[in-house]
Design a protein around this ligand. Structure first.
Ligand SMILES: NC(=O)c1ccc[n+]([C@@H]2O[C@H](COP(=O)([O-])OP(=O)(O)OC[C@H]3O[C@@H](n4cnc5c(N)ncnc54)[C@H](OP(=O)(O)O)[C@@H]3O)[C@@H](O)[C@H]2O)c1
Length: 267
């Protein structure tokens, strides 16, 4: 019998990461579920093992810690697990403005959403390539496409990095059996806006039709990876926005982004 492939998912305790775990489990993949909170990971693992007959391993890790990627990879190796796919999904934002945000929190954003995805890719891609099969899904954001906005100053640039990084990996891995995709969701119902304290403001500012559900984002992202499509933007409205934003002259784009930040009371 062929061994099942194992997909490691960061930020699997909630939102898009948990939805990605459900999508992968339904397709028969074993899982390594990673986040800080053990209880939701354990509950999800039990649910998916019972529903789909797969193995779901729980590995708790704070990805904001220095050297988090190497520590995580060592913990995974110690359990004798092979990583065939990686979903770099863990993330959060701070909307308090550049100078008002604690430097430690800024460092954590950079580590969790930029350093760790790069380092985990560097650690686990060689094995995928050598075995001739791999999947990498990087969860970026529409914010990585759009003009920079104030308030959550670092978030957009970090996600822009992730988009370009994914594109480079996609190019380098053609013909190897390793598919790399980046998903760029717009507003999605998860814990994200509760964690950054902006739930009330974003709900008041943006109508229901602008919101995606995490299951759809996860399903479309995984389908893109299976089809070796380098990029996935869930939802026609966001596909159109990604094109329109590129056509705007810089200053007009920045003014539009600033009005968005004012609407959300971030500047
Ligand atoms: N929701 C949106 O509107 C939206 C839109 C575009 C892109 N995204 C991106 O989607 C990804 C997932 O976010 P989400 O919307 O699903 O948010 P979420 O529901 O808040 O989930 C975030 C996940 O990241 C994990 N995480 C956060 N900090 C961590 C750390 N230091 N170490 C380990 N895990 C950590 C959380 O787990 P623990 O708290 O248990 O550690 C949780 O599992 C993020 O990269 C986000 O930037 C979200």
């Amino acid at each position: 019998m062929q061994k099942r492939k194992t997909i490691a998912i960061t930020g699997a305790s909630a939102g898009i990461g948990a939805a990605m775990a459900r999508v992968c489990a339904a397709r028969g993949y074993d899982l390594i579920l990673i986040a800080r909170r053990e209880a939701p990971l354990a509950a999800l693992a039990a649910e998916l093992e019972a529903a789909h007959g797969i193995r779901a391993h729980v590995v708790t890790a704070d990805l904001a810690e220095p050297d988090a990627a190497r520590t995580l990879a060592a913990a995974v190796a110690e359990r004798g697990l092979q990583v065939d796919g990686l979903v770099n999904n863990a993330g959060f934002s701070k909307t308090t403005g550049f100078l008002e945000t604690d430097p430690e929190a800024q460092q954590a954003m950079i580590r969790v959403m930029l350093t760790v995805p790069v380092e985990l890719s560097r650690l686990w891609l060689p094995g995928m390539k050598a075995r001739g099969w791999g999947r990498v899904v990087n969860v970026a954001s529409m914010a990585g496409f759009l003009q920079a906005t104030g308030g959550d100053t670092l978030y957009g640039p970090i996600k822009s990095f992730l988009i370009k990084f994914s594109q480079g990996l996609w190019v380098e891995n053609q013909g190897t059996g390793v598919n790399v995709s980046v998903v760029c969701p717009g507003y999605t119902y998860t814990e994200f806006h509760d964690v950054n304290g902006s739930r009330e403001a974003v709900s008041a500012a943006y109508p229901k039709w602008m919101w995606l559900d995490a299951e759809r984002v996860a399903r479309e992202a995984w389908e893109a990876a299976e089809a070796n499509r380098p990029r996935c933007i869930p939802g026609k409205r966001y596909q159109i926005l990604s094109v329109v934003s590129k056509l705007l002259p810089d200053q007009m784009g920045l003014k539009t982004a600033a009005s968005h930040a004012r609407k959300l009371k971030r500047i």
